[in-house]
Design a binder for this molecule. Structure first.
Ligand code: PUT
Length: 277
């Protein structure tokens, strides 16, 4: 008999995938961690029964959280990733030769270990010498005052429940703004503009209090709430529309989703959101 795993939204909608087998199941001090083999999308990670990433769908998320920032930030030498325990965001960041150092701060060691063992195709850059993996709390990291500024900061957290909840707070964004260089770029996943519309709008509004430039952008990720998803780009002055030709030309030869046109189109804000901001 087929086994189905469902992510349930507000007791009113569910997104299920047929599962062939469970590859890993564990309880960390933070959450339940599972890696399963789905029929449609290959191996996939769930945290507390919420879909996080799947082999055949992950590029639509990881390319979009990374490349708009990396093709517009004037410098990309120092990068901070908070979350990102599956390794997909780090993989995309490390495609750029100009990147010298990446700190990846993930709270849950079990996520990193399970993904390294069972999802090595997603996290294919764990061995890159430029990558420094820290098992620790990203919220505490963002309070640090002893770090060199980062050129790019990427928040690749899970949903605003459990260990990721504080990644959606004003104090956290303020900490990140302090860690960002003057011409740096900050980006965070910012939930579904439909199913989590209120969370999305709140996030953008709060970021507008903290950063000078704040631009939500949109794409589709099949395993997240049926498709529509958002990220938000923020900076102290850098515009997401000023794409660096050399970088976009280089990266769009390697990507599956991201290219210059996708980048520019993604920043079109639907009216029902624009009116709220
Ligand atoms: N890393 C983003 C996860 C969002 C899941 N809904």
């Amino acid at each position: 008999m087929a086994l189905w795993y469902d992510e349930v939204f507000d007791d009113s909608m569910r997104l299920g995938l047929k599962v062939e087998r469970t590859l890993f199941m564990g309880h960390s001090e933070f959450q339940r961690v599972a890696v399963v083999e789905t029929t449609l999308l290959g191996k996939a990670l769930l945290l507390d029964d919420l879909w996080m990433t799947a082999e055949k769908d992950e590029k639509s998320y990881h390319e979009m959280i990374v490349h708009p920032a990396m093709t517009t930030a004037p410098k990309i030498e120092r990068v901070l990733i908070i979350g990102g325990g599956d390794g997909g965001t780090a993989r995309e960041v490390l495609r750029y030769a100009d990147v010298e150092h990446v700190d990846l701060v993930e709270i849950d060691e079990m996520v990193v270990k399970a993904c390294q063992e069972h999802l090595p195709e997603i996290g294919s850059a764990w061995d890159d010498e430029r990558l420094n993996v820290v098992i620790g709390d990203g919220i505490e990291w963002a309070k640090r005052t002893d770090l060199e500024p980062y050129d790019v900061i990427i928040i690749d957290g899970s949903d605003p429940v459990g260990p990721a909840e504080g990644l959606f707070d004003r104090a956290f964004y303020e900490g990140c703004a302090n860690l960002l260089s003057d011409d740096g770029v900050f980006v965070t996943q910012s939930e579904s503009p439909l199913i989590f519309r209120d969370v999305h709008i709140d996030m953008v509004r709060v970021m507008k209090d903290v950063f000078d430039q704040v631009h939500p952008y949109y794409g589709s990720v099949m395993i997240y709430a049926g498709g529509p998803w958002s990220w938000t780009y923020a900076s102290k002055g850098v515009s997401p529309k000023e794409i660096i030709d050399e970088r976009v030309g280089f990266i769009q030869e390697q990507t599956e989703i991201y290219n210059r046109d996708v980048h520019l189109g993604a920043f079109a804000v639907p009216n029902h959101i624009r009116r709220e901001l």
